[in-house]
Design a protein around this ligand. Structure first.
Ligand SMILES: [Cu+2]
Length: 112
């Protein structure tokens, strides 16, 4: 999708119209050394998917929603990746790594 189309689609949402259908997109979030998610915050749209990729050679990590129910990659081994997780409901989902707790947190913002 071009940047112009993206802006146009968001404008439609803001004006209260039904957003034109767009192909679901796939995103990647990296788990990196120093216990952080890159990007730390990611903005997607409902229907999109994310895979978490563990680029940290020294540790297993998880991406687990703070509410404990929305999503959980479970353990992702070093240099491995999670299954694709699909986000269907708009909202902000704060998440963390179950191993590093508050030292390793991230956010998924799901737009309509
Ligand atoms: Cu971790």
């Amino acid at each position: 999708m071009s940047i112009y189309m993206e802006i146009q689609a968001r404008q439609v949402v803001m004006d209260g119209w039904i957003m034109p259908s767009v192909s679901p997109r796939h995103f990647e979030v990296r788990m990196v050394g120093g216990n952080s998610f890159d990007p730390q915050s990611i903005e997607i749209h409902a229907g999109d998917t994310i895979t978490w990729i563990n680029n940290d050679e020294n540790s297993v990590h998880t991406a687990t929603s703070n509410d404990g129910t929305t999503f959980d990659t479970k353990n992702v081994a070093s240099l491995a990746y999670s299954k694709r997780i699909k986000f269907t409901t708009a909202g902000t989902i704060d998440y963390h790594c179950e191993i590093h707790k508050i030292m390793m947190t991230g956010k998924v913002v799901v737009m309509p």
